[in-house]
Design a protein around this ligand. Sequence first.
Ligand code: AMP
Length: 154
Amino acid sequence: MFKAIIFCITLTFFIPLDGLAANNTVATIAPYDDNNIFAKILRKEAPATIVFENEYVLAFEDIHPMKPVHILVIPKGKYRSMLDFSEKASDIEITAIIRALGSIASKMNIDQDGFSIMSNSGHNGGQTVPHLHFHLLGGEKVAWEESLRKQKKG
Ligand code: AMP
């Protein structure tokens, strides 16, 4: 009985918290926050499994992978969102991200079977970390469109 009560309390405590975290989105337009987790990873103050790095780009494994391969690819510059990046990044920085995405896909062996690249901006985009990032997903079928269409029907 006692164990059952503890179990229920734990569940009610964790479920809403988890749900909250998933919906904890960030604004597209705001000053850059130097304390965001990706800024800390860039400064090597927070751990990450890095798979690629050059002068302009860092890529590391997502801590909660949605697919067998789930890499986050980020510019080293302080860009909050895609809006910020498209307005302010230099041509070299923009080119570097695109080239890195291709190189990393090959490096992670998802080039043959295919992959998906996704980037969320702001609340409606579902962005939760205020440093521009691209999700590189592969290792099995991704099918964003399919699941979004199913959600719309349901
Ligand atoms: P988004 O919701 O598009 O902003 O994506 C943020 C992503 O960052 C999520 O997929 C998280 O799982 C991932 N994430 C958050 N913190 C870390 C971390 N410390 N290391 C690696 N990935 C993280």
